[in-house]
Design a protein around this ligand. Structure first.
Ligand code: SF4
Length: 344
């Protein structure tokens, strides 16, 4: 047992509520059982870091509508296909004859669009700072190759504004395990203003069990301090990846964005710049949001107000085989992770 593990196991100080913002951290913690070795005084709470989970109903509805429009093809990552909008998912649209293609990277859209120039290929551009550079690369390459039948339906989001929202509206968080992948692009310093404003420590962490344990140890030790630490220096720098930041800046600009369960958060999204509007598939004003099943508590789970098991549908009618909400669909969703790893 490492000294960090021993400390976290025997901790008997002030109760700590630590939010792991990133879906990949939720998955790593659940998979390795880190939550189960912590002192009862340390609670881990999953946050709004799963891009599929935070996508609002109106966005899914718009994708379904596009998939059913003659001449249009919706291109998406696999997770999103199973999320239900008001009444249908993209998989449902496909079953009705809609055009939907699943890809592993947005760059695959180039080949699809070049092969069928008579159709319009709309990429479901969800994600955070990590994914935005890939969409910028897609547009760069489409322009270079003269491919004109690619569009984006953007639902891109950025982390600091939503963490700010959680601190201001939800409260009760004593430390943040800051997202490792996002930090590769943004840099670790992006969290310092939030740490100082709310006097809460932020620790950028890797995804290996020892890295997570060390980061949790640092968070507990820094309780009440407005510090931003980078404990993932092998890939995260204070200023982040400038090349990626510049390429995102070239095509996208900040905008207000709607988050499931949180509503419209000013400046929390990225949309296409006016000079690249030819790539936009009508992304603006997609604000309507409600859970497809009225009893689903995704909105509360995403903000850390309740844990997945407190949802009355968890494990009964809602399972990965029959998901009732987005948090049970994505492998990064907290309900999915709590279910498959039997996390309490
Ligand atoms: Fe929604 Fe299912 Fe999670 Fe309940 S268990 S919050 S229904 S996804």
């Amino acid at each position: 047992m490492t000294k960090y593990q021993e400390y976290l196991q025997n901790y008997d100080g002030e109760p700590m509520r630590i939010m792991e913002v990133c879906g990949t951290h939720t998955a790593a913690i659940s998979h390795c059982g880190i939550h189960s070795i912590l002192s009862p005084k340390i609670k881990l709470i999953s946050g709004p870091g799963c891009p599929v989970c935070v996508t609002v109903t109106a966005y899914i509805d718009r994708l379904v509508e596009l998939a059913l429009t003659p001449g249009c093809v919706v291109v998406s990552f696999g997770d999103l296909l199973r999320v239900r909008g008001s009444s249908r998912s993209l998989n449902d649209a496909k079953a009705l004859g809609g055009q939907v293609r699943m890809v592993y990277t947005p760059m695959d859209t180039l080949k699809l669009a070049a092969a069928e120039p008579d159709k319009t290929f709309i990429f479901a551009a969800v994600g955070f700072e990590t994914t935005a550079p890939v969409y910028a690369m897609l547009l760069e390459e489409a322009l270079r190759a003269g491919i004109q039948n690619i569009r984006l339906l953007t639902s891109l989001k950025t982390m600091p504004p939503v963490i700010d929202w959680v601190c201001a509206n939800q409260g009760g968080i004593d430390g943040f395990l800051a997202p490792g992948h996002v930090s590769v692009i943004t840099g670790s310093e992006i969290f310092r203003p939030l740490a100082e404003r709310y006097s809460i420590p932020f620790v950028v962490s890797g995804f290996e069990p020892e890295q997570i344990l060390l980061s949790l140890y640092a968070l507990v030790k820094c309780r009440g301090m407005g510090k931003a630490l980078n404990l993932y220096p092998s890939v995260v720098t204070p200023g982040g990846n400038h090349t990626a930041q510049q390429s995102v800046k070239k095509y996208f600009m900040p905008c207000d964005a709607s988050w499931r369960g949180m509503g419209l958060i000013p400046g929390s999204g990225l949309c296409l710049r006016p000079e690249y509007q030819q790539f936009d598939s009508g992304s603006v004003a997609l604000t309507e949001d409600h859970d497809a099943n009225p009893a689903c508590c995704c909105a509360k789970v995403l903000t850390g107000a309740i844990g997945p098991r407190q949802c009355p549908l968890f494990g009964k009618v809602c399972t990965p085989q029959s998901p009732q909400g987005a948090c049970m669909v994505s492998t990064e969703g907290s309900c999915y992770q709590y279910y498959v790893n039997k996390r309490e």
